[in-house]
Design a protein around this ligand. Structure first.
Ligand code: ZN
Length: 128
């Protein structure tokens, strides 16, 4: 994959989490604040698990490393966590295969889940 001479003039906006294992989103906006991509993911800090729910970039913005950059931002939040992804399209599988090679982080499909994620946005005590 060739890199652009300059990074594209886009910016990234974080939708903050609302609870320990809630769904988060990172939107990618073009210079006119139009949404051109989105990364949805979940992090569970108690279990040290990260799960990529969905990643999408508008067709004419693909191939510029936007999804890659967004994923790196999510990975930085869950450094050292066990990551997984939802079932992906062929493009998605290629993307994650390339990311596995680059980051040496495995992204198995639908593997790591925890009770916090299964219950969605609610927080459950781990033990009593
Ligand atoms: Zn958990």
């Amino acid at each position: 994959m060739s890199r652009p001479a300059r990074p594209p003039a886009v910016h990234y906006e974080h939708v903050p989490e609302t609870s320990s294992a809630s769904c988060r989103a990172l939107t990618i906006l073009d210079p006119h604040d139009r949404v051109i991509g989105c990364l949805q993911y979940r992090l569970c800090h108690p279990c040290r698990i990260g799960h990529v729910v969905n990643i999408a970039v508008a067709t004419h913005w693909q191939g510029q490393g936007l999804a890659r950059h967004a994923l790196h931002m999510a990975l930085a939040e869950g450094a050292g966590y066990a990551w997984s992804t939802s079932r992906q399209s062929p493009e998605g599988r290629r993307f994650f295969a390339a990311m596995e090679e680059e980051t040496e982080i495995a992204f198995p499909a639908d593997c790591a889940r925890c009770p916090h994620m299964a219950e969605g946005a609610t927080i459950t005590p781990l033990s009593r």
